[in-house]
Design a protein around this ligand. Structure first.
Ligand SMILES: [Zn+2]
Length: 175
């Protein structure tokens, strides 16, 4: 997935019925966090390996981290448990989205094959162009569309709750 991780985090943050401390930031950070390995990929390993082979893209690693940290957070910092759950949900959503065209090692450490729903063929000179012109990019556009719709709708609801849009506020002398 090239561009849709951040908006997918925004969509995820709309799922819980009630808001709680850290909901939106952890959803957004978790949704993009595994791709921080691109820094290592470009500047340290000089693109020697597929970046989905780094530990931040391995489901078993995150399952282990969640298994250790969630009980600790539940016991010592219960207030942050919901935020931690959303963070791990966002991480796994990232890995699912990366499985559409990129490949994720779902069976690691037993099997190091990158598993993906489809393979994006190198039809263009640059890999980014190949991804942009593949049907899977329509899914990315759909995610952006849904996130934008939710964002605009939320804005309208908030406006109504606070007494209308800018014109209503001006009429009422609030601006
Ligand atoms: Zn990724």
């Amino acid at each position: 997935m090239l561009t849709a991780h951040l908006p997918s985090g925004y969509i995820l943050a709309q799922v819980p019925r009630r808001t709680f401390p850290g909901l939106l930031p952890v959803a957004l950070i978790g949704a993009v966090f595994p791709d921080l390995d691109m820094i290592w990929f470009y500047f340290v390993d000089d693109r020697a390996f597929h970046h989905h082979r780094y530990w931040v893209h391995v489901p078993a690693f995150w399952a282990g981290v969640a298994l250790v940290t969630l009980p600790l957070i539940g016991f010592f910092a219960r207030r942050w448990l919901n935020a931690a759950l959303v963070f791990f949900a966002a991480i796994f959503m990232h890995l699912v989205l990366d499985s559409i065209g990129g490949g994720i090692m779902w069976l690691a450490p037993l099997d190091d094959r990158l598993m993906s729903l489809t393979v994006v063929p190198a039809t263009q000179d640059h890999w980014v162009l190949s991804f942009l012109l593949h049907w899977t990019f329509l899914l990315e556009l759909a995610i952006w569309g849904l996130a934008l719709t939710l964002w605009l709708r939320r804005g309208r609801v908030e406006n109504r709750a606070s007494g209308g849009g800018i014109w209503e506020k001006m009429k009422k002398g609030r601006i």
